[in-house]
Design a protein around this ligand. Structure first.
Ligand SMILES: [Zn+2]
Length: 584
């Protein structure tokens, strides 16, 4: 099995792996290598299941995944933590959900009922489940940690008491930035958000800032926020705290107020800017990326770096900022789900290795788009071209590395389509057959008569992805509709040259009935008419003639000037129907 494991400096993943291994060795010499019971090097991601997890946020997971996988390929122990920020407060009711869910705003995400009709026990689980399934399909090996579980089990008890004891110190660190960058003090969530949502939150103003770092209380600064024991919401204010006894008094907007012992209290959490660095220290995280919105001076990554060192005696992870991942052409049809494309949506229209490749081939600081529109066909063409180069041994090292990261992990190969026919062609075929299996098999078996497709299973799952794409992402007006009856009016209006071209095409159909054969035929007819040999190089005049001929065929077959590639279209329409529609 070819591997990029030993060759460092091949690509960005290798460079980060070098850095992370060196950093782990620096922190604890000798412990990076696999050892009995050693937890290994820790890479981390954080995801908030506050709603559908946006496809763009897959970068939060893919970046450490690829680095962790490279570290494993080199024979080191490595764990990739996916931290579910499911103990965060419920902030707002997303579009498409019963507005009465607003009564839950302020509760932990795991205390909010799942959306109506869900089989999951709560809001967070409902949105985690499809993400977990997608990550598994993508071959991403991770250790999920529920922050609800951690906080409510008292796992962070010592860290919370420690933070409260050092609240003045924390307040001082935060204060260095409060005046400098008010806007950067809010929690833009660790992941990126669709722009409109980010703007919405920015508009919330300073309220979000206080929620984020725990400032604003009149009775001094406290980095811990209890969830009210009566209404479950975090509309609470800590009014006093005693370091000796750990007695903490709080009041809530609901009118409730009580005094609890913090050393026994498990219904609250550290504010985000303290929570994150606390966990870096607690888990010993060496690598954790975050969205570019964390590059501002007062961002949680920058502030966290100081808090983890000065308060928790830990270290900041290597933390590249990753750029925005956009989506092109997500069809309107998904707006019932809030219009948010998720990794699961992407995996319905593309295979897992292709999706992995999109992330592997770009450095984290490069933004890119994932195509849901016609561009997906070009993406697949590029992917197939790379695969051919890999087979021929002519790929550049960085391209070969990206390919390797896309198609396999340290644990093994990802499932693949046994016979990966061009996506573009599969899409055209299912477009024309409207997914009729028998017709689809007939067409695919005729592509290459010397080596016919014998069963659709050979072409799956790619065939299913292409079919899903046609059915969910291609607007009705872009679908191909083969004419039922000949366009007699157009046929009657044709001149002698055009009639001749159709006759030459029809004469050649039987002997050219394969993808290659029909390609030769449709390009060859105009050549023949112009007196060129079939293998002649095209001249500008010839190209014009070819274009005119193709346009004529499209109009007669599908009633438009363009359509799927002609050889595919002819095969899909079938010889009998082609004859019927083109007989002048
Ligand atoms: Zn309350």
């Amino acid at each position: 099995m070819p591997t990029v494991a030993q060759s460092t400096e091949t690509d960005w993943v290798s460079r980060f792996a070098d850095e992370v291994i060196a950093e782990a060795e620096r922190r604890a010499p000798g412990t990076a290598k696999s050892g009995a019971g050693a937890p290994g090097i820790v890479c981390a991601s954080g995801l908030s299941p506050s709603g559908p997890i946006h496809l763009g946020n897959l970068r939060e997971v893919m970046t450490p995944h690829l680095v962790a996988d490279e570290i494993r390929r080199r024979g080191y122990e490595c764990v990739h933590i996916v931290s579910w920020d499911d103990y965060d407060r419920y902030r707002k009711v997303p579009a498409g959900i019963d507005p009465s869910w607003a009564e839950h705003i302020g509760k932990p995400l795991t205390s909010v009922p799942a959306p109506p009709g869900s089989s999951y026990p709560n809001w967070a689980e409902h949105f985690k489940a499809p993400m977990i399934k997608a990550l598994e399909e993508m071959g991403i090996e991770f250790h999920g940690i529920s922050q609800t579980e951690k906080y409510t089990s008292g796992a962070y008890r010592e860290q919370i008491l420690h933070a409260m004891r050092h609240r003045e110190q924390i307040d001082a660190v935060l204060d260095r930035y409060r005046t400098k960058d008010k806007a950067g003090a809010k929690k833009p969530a660790k992941q990126q958000k669709p722009v409109d949502e980010a703007e919405l939150e920015a508009a919330e103003g300073s309220g979000a800032a206080s929620e984020d770092d725990g400032s604003a209380g009149g009775a001094g600064y406290y980095p811990y926020k209890p969830y009210c024991s009566v209404c479950e919401r975090d509309l609470t204010t800590v009014t006093s705290y005693d370091d000796e006894t750990t007695e903490m008094a709080y009041t809530c907007a609901c009118g409730h107020g009580e005094t609890v012992l913090l050393r026994e209290h498990d219904r609250g959490k550290l504010v985000w800017k303290v929570d994150w660095p606390m966990r870096w220290a607690y888990e010993g995280v060496v690598f954790e990326p975050s969205g570019v919105d964390h590059s501002s001076p007062g961002s949680s990554y920058v502030v966290g770096g100081q808090i983890v060192r000065e308060v928790f005696g830990g270290e900041q992870p290597i933390g590249p900022m990753y750029a925005f991942v956009g989506i092109s052409g997500m069809a309107k049809m998904s707006s019932s789900k809030g219009g948010v494309p998720t990794p699961a949506d992407a995996l319905e229209i593309m295979e897992a290795p292709l999706l992995r490749w999109l992330y592997a081939r770009r450095r984290p600081n490069q933004s890119f788009k994932i195509a849901f529109d016609q561009e997906i066909q070009r993406t697949y063409d590029e992917w197939d071209a790379l695969e051919r180069k890999i087979t021929e041994g002519t790929a550049q090292p960085a391209d070969a590395a990206a390919y390797s990261r896309a198609t396999r992990t340290a644990a093994g190969e990802l499932p693949r389509t046994p016979r990966p026919l061009p996506y573009r062609m599969l899409a055209s075929v299912v477009d024309i057959t409207t997914g009729h299996d028998e017709q689809t098999l007939r067409i695919l078996s005729e592509l290459d008569p010397d080596n016919p497709v014998k069963s659709l299973d050979e072409t799956r799952p790619r065939l299913d992805r292409a079919e899903r794409w046609i059915n969910t992402q291609v607007p009705a007006d872009q679908r191909t509709r083969v004419r039922e009856e000949p366009d007699t009016e157009l046929l009657a209006s044709l001149g002698e040259t055009e009639r001749e071209s159709l006759r030459l095409l029809l004469e050649g159909l039987d002997t050219h009935w394969s993808l290659d054969g029909l390609t030769t035929l449709v390009y060859g007819v105009p050549k023949l008419q112009a007196g060129f040999a079939a293998d002649a190089k095209p001249t500008p005049e010839l190209k014009v003639a070819q274009r005119a001929f193709f346009a004529l065929l499209y109009r007669l077959l599908v009633g438009r000037d363009t359509g799927p590639r002609l050889p595919t279209l002819l095969l899909a329409v079938g010889a009998d129907r082609v004859r019927k529609l083109l007989a002048a």
